[in-house]
Design a protein around this ligand. Structure first.
Ligand SMILES: [Zn+2]
Ligand SMILES: [Zn+2]
Ligand SMILES: [Zn+2]
Ligand SMILES: [Zn+2]
Length: 151
């Protein structure tokens, strides 16, 4: 059996979807990172977030996505909203964020990166859900293990 170049596990340790994510490098529309840096769940959550964010409530349609770089090397995605104005003011880039499934506040970059572990919640809601409000949990425990060690 072949082993995976990405996570070094045997192909049998992957289901079809995960194998595909690891073997065919695709770029995530949401975070612009490669599919191999996602778990299957995170990939699905990111794709869903991009899909949801693509919908413009003002124009009632799906709009184009455009990668947006925020600050230090962080790329997120924005929706291109067309305005009734003359170029270059005829477009507005609306960044797409994930929302906490509990409190509906926007998630931060770290929370988006660990959305699969945090179950789509912000750190505050996640900590409340597991009954841990200790400051230590500001960093998800998983961060202390290397990302490669997961799954
Ligand atoms: Zn793999
Ligand atoms: Zn992603
Ligand atoms: Zn629009
Ligand atoms: Zn929350």
């Amino acid at each position: 059996m072949s082993s995976c170049k990405v996570c070094h596990l045997d192909s049998k340790k992957h289901n079809k979807k995960l194998w595909k994510l690891h073997q065919e490098t695709q770029i995530c529309v949401f975070c612009s990172r490669s599919s191999s840096e996602h778990s299957e769940k995170l990939w699905r959550m990111h794709n869903l977030a991009a899909e949801k964010g693509q919908y413009c409530p003002d124009h009632h349609k799906q709009e184009k996505l455009y990668p947006l770089t925020l600050g230090l090397a962080r790329t997120c995605v924005a929706r291109v909203c067309k305005l009734n104005a003359d170029p270059p003011y005829d477009k507005e880039l609306i960044p797409i964020y994930m929302e906490c499934t509990e409190c509906n506040l926007f998630l931060g970059g770290k929370e988006e990166d660990f959305a699969d572990i945090l179950d789509g919640m912000c750190l505050k809601c996640f900590r409340e859900s597991i009954g841990q409000t200790d400051i230590w949990y500001d960093i998800p425990p998983i961060k202390k293990v290397s990302k490669k060690g997961v799954n």
